[in-house]
Structure formats: structure tokens, C-alpha cells
Design a protein around this ligand. Sequence first.
Ligand code: DGL
Length: 267
Amino acid sequence: MNNSAPRVLVFDSGVGSLSIGREIHSRLPALNLLYALDSAGFPYGEWDENKLTEHICTTVMALVEQTKPDLMVLACNSASTAVLPALRQKLSIPVVGVVPAIKPAAKLSRSGVIGLLATPGTVRRPYTAQLITDFAQNCTVISVGNAELAPAIERLYWSGDQAESLYARIADTFAQHPRCNEMDTLVLACTHFPLIAGELSKHFPGVHLIDSGEAIARRVEQLLAPQTGGGHAEQRALIIGDRPFSETFRQRLQALGIEHVVRISVR
Ligand code: DGL
């Protein structure tokens, strides 16, 4: 650890924390980054909202107690759209949430037809409906909640399994909407999805894929900029749960510059 640099905890149910953390790291390499993967609680997209709130508050409070970060990022749309106010009440450090990039998508779209690809939980949250009302009222939003994609990306990162046919099926689901051929912007509203943006984009030719990663890195910079300094600091992955670490998984993390992978207990 670079002890003079701030420490940021990036928390998700799984590898979604990597897509957000890599944006933060590329903008602010001097920050110490702790990537927490709650593989014991995965997938959040299927949890009842009240139970999810309780689970995340308990888990994050224990993690914060153990790791003493200066700031935390709740790197999960399914969680942030449900639990942010409760979590902020419990913590004294700043909490940056990750929510669907509806606002920038509506600004970017020329056709006024945008897609939203998320977990079923994120698609049905009142928070997401409110984002659409507030920022995309003049747009047609084609929403698809998919429960299989985040687990498929977990398998890709832990075992190397590819899921091309699933990507094609998701594109087919969008294609059933009568205005899909006008869709020019697609919001990847689950932090797992940017990890396969390249593969997904082949199934959405000519469509601009956007996510919240860069905006989150900018927000972290605003909050911590005066303290960030120079040089490279440590990146460490903290795994909650008893899933064995595979070689594939370690290699994926190493490719992102995360050399240390440790198991952490929060109970
Ligand atoms: N990464 C989470 C998100 O942004 C979803 C994965 C899950 O269902 O746990 O919504």
C-alpha cells in the first residue's frame, strides 16, 4: 500500500467492481484500490429490495470497519438504485453510487430511442423509472431486464466460459420492440456488462454503448483530488465467500494490475 494515498473501496456482488475500478485506476493511479467482490451474495439483481438493503449495509459496514477506506463506491446498479440512502446514513465516509447512465444517453441520442440493459431488479426499481421521467421524458426507452448475463460474465471471469449465444438472444429481445431499428444508444446498466462491451457491440451494430464508469471516476477525482498525489499505488481484490480462486480468475485480475487476491470474512 502507498500509505500516503487515499484508499477507495469499490464494492459489488462480483466482477462488476472491476469495470468501475479500472476506470478509477486509469484516471487516478495513485489511489489505493480495494475491489470487494461479494460472491457469497451474488446475484443482487434477484434479491428483494429490503433484504438487499439489510445485507449490503451489514456487509459494507463490516468491510469498512476492517479496511478503513477514505471513500467507497457502491459499484452496482442493482444495489445503488435500492440501498444508497440507507447506506449513506450508516457510514461517515463519502459513498459514490453507480446508477443507470440514462441522462447522458438521452443527451447523446439523436433518434430519441435508447435501450436500457440491466438486471431485472434495476429495471423494476422506482429509482430507474424516476431517472427516465427526469432525464429521458422525450425518449422511447426500450428496457430489457436480463437475469442470465451477469452470471455468464462471472463464469467468463472465473472459468473462461464464453456466452456468445446469450448475447445474440439479448439482441433478439431488443429487436422485438417495434422501434428497435431506431435505437442508437444502449445503456449498459449493470457494472458487469462493460466487461464484455466489445463482444456485445457486435450484436448491436451502429449503436453507441454507454455506461457510468468514466463519470464515476470523475466523481471520485472531485472528492479526493487534493489528496491523490502521484505514482502508482496498490490494487487488491477482497473476495467474500468460499469460491476457490481459479487460475483464470487470477490471470484476469493480473491483466488489470491487481496482484493481490485475498479472501475476507465479514461475519
Ligand atoms: N453488477 C451488478 C449491477 O451493476 C449486477 C450483478 C448482480 O445481479 O449481482 O447491477
